[in-house]
Design a binder for this molecule. Sequence first.
Ligand code: VAH
Length: 314
Amino acid sequence: MKRIILTGALGQIGTELTVKLREIYGEDNVLATDIKEPVDSPLEGKPFETLDVTNYEEMERIAREFKADTIMHLAALLSATCEKNPHLAWEINMGGLVNALEVARNLNLQFFTPSSIGSFGPSTPKDQTPQTTIQRPVTMYGVNKVSGELLCDYYYEKFGVDTRGVRFPGLISHVREPGGGTTDYAVEIYFEAVKNGKYTSFIDKGTFMDMMYMDDAIQAIIDLMEADADKLEDRNAFNVSKLSFDPEILAESIRRHYPDFELSYDVDPVRQGIAESWPNSIDSSEAKRQWGFDAKFDIDKMTDTMIEAIKKKI
Ligand code: VAH
């Protein structure tokens, strides 16, 4: 990777990934794109172009003029938003992905896009879910993610595009909050704990989902993209996760800072239904074995980091 273009760079992953890539590869070698201009963002005033990922010609023009050798495609709608507007979700999540893969094929770019634990469904084994298993998701987001995984494998096998991807769990961050996700409760709870000492969760107690701190997710992307291709038996859809918890366990970690923190529930049936269709925990052993995936933030280290950063921010 020398010259990297990102789509969806203003999103939860894109914002921190762009900053980290610029630290490693140099600011001028990382071009951020998104559908709107950066405002109140760490990316403001740095190399940036507006791009609607459903516009193939525009995406190819920008990538060609930038002389990219890598494209990281992050632009996508998240699970709860997709259920509100499934047709728009298909247009953006699949239309954008096909365009990004075509740009990678036509300009001979290395390619990354994330899948998600959302690619699993109710018939998937729930605990320590293997990387290769049943995938019958019941959400439009899951259909998009499974289709995307298969499409990225196809572009590698059929066209020799160097596609690589991981299945992310819920990602916890403080720089750019997520929007429209099912796991967003695990980010909101920290901001509410610091601001108000209490939080009403839309996900019910006892609902376990995989989670990971954003620094570990960003490092996983870079490690996979820099991995020796000869070591990769798989290409896309590597399970990567570090934590599995429910709201009660997360609240206990927060009470190490705020002993009186109050957690209550007002369950959102749509997002609760999505959460219950996903695994409780996934097995990341293939990513560890094939390219050395390693995550460093346990739940208390994540909580300490989040609370420290949010206190500074507000
Ligand atoms: C979502 N944060 O909730 C995303 C992610 C595994 C969850 O895909 O939709």
